[in-house]
Ligand binder design. Structure first.
Ligand SMILES: C[S@@+](CC[C@H](N)C(=O)[O-])C[C@H]1O[C@@H](n2cnc3c(N)ncnc32)[C@H](O)[C@@H]1O
Length: 229
């Protein structure tokens, strides 16, 4: 049973073989990389911080964050080792590879961050939970709290279902009408703010909603702030 196209290793291999490793994580390479890094800086991320990029793919954010952060302070996690390898080989310079050892890109589909040896002060999951059922976000929040100290900030994008909208009806998002249609039962998923609160309630998290952050396809931003245990 697969929840989304990223679960098909054949699809990913075909894309990588055809040189489409940027498109397979969503394209808009320069725009979406810069948007994420600027958002994190606006949230207070500085070079000394430690960033965990959850569902980092082929390093659309990573290649920029590696240059911005102090060496060794970027960590990535993804379910696909192929995407991690490809990003590391094709998107980083030699200097970038010195600043980001391959061992800091972790293959996991269960949000197992036990290999992360640093205390994570910022985390980002961009266009990850928009492709996954809500219990994945719950699990991720529980597992992330193990490697993130209090005051850490976790930035998560999602398609929002407004309170007044019937949750079982499809919703259109994006700059062009009908560009993306989200659903409550299949990928891409939409969530109500109260759904995010439910997930946050299983760990030491406070939810700050940001809403529109300039995402070209209409994903909103939620910031989860880690409280004390
Ligand atoms: C749309 S791409 C976004 C990639 C990246 N965040 C970016 O903005 O460029 C979604 C990524 O999430 C990864 N992913 C999907 N399910 C995952 C899971 N359960 N654990 C870790 N990564 C996952 C996919 O392999 C893919 O790289």
């Amino acid at each position: 049973m697969s929840f989304n196209k990223y679960y098909s290793d054949e699809t990913l291999q075909d894309a990588v073989d055809a040189g489409r490793h940027r498109q397979v994580v969503g394209g808009l390479w320069d725009e979406m990389g810069a948007l994420q890094l600027n958002f994190l800086k606006d949230q207070g991320m500085a070079p000394r911080d430690v960033l965990l990029d959850i569902g980092c793919g082929t390093l659309r954010l990573g290649r920029l964050a590696v240059d911005y952060l102090d060496p060794g302070n970027y960590w990535g996690a993804d379910r696909s080792a192929l995407l991690l390898d490809t990003g590391h080989e094709r998107e980083l310079t030699d200097d970038g590879r010195d600043r980001l050892p391959r061992a800091q890109l972790i293959e996991t589909d269960s949000f197992d961050f036990s290999a992360v040896t640093a205390r994570v002060t910022y985390a980002m999951a961009q266009s990850v939970f928009s492709h996954l059922p809500l219990n994945h976000l719950r699990r991720c929040l529980i597992k992330l709290a193990e490697v993130m100290p209090p005051t850490g900030r976790f930035c998560v994008t999602y398609f929002e279902c407004p309170d007044a909208w019937p949750v079982t009806e499809p919703i259109q998002h994006g700059r062009k009408k009908g560009e993306i249609v989200s659903y409550d039962y299949k990928d891409p998923f939409h969530y109500r703010p109260t759904d995010l609160l439910w997930a946050a309630g299983h760990g030491p998290w406070r939810l700050e909603r940001v809403g529109d952050w300039g995402h070209p396809r209409g994903q909103h931003m939620a910031v989860f702030v880690r409280g004390r245990d």
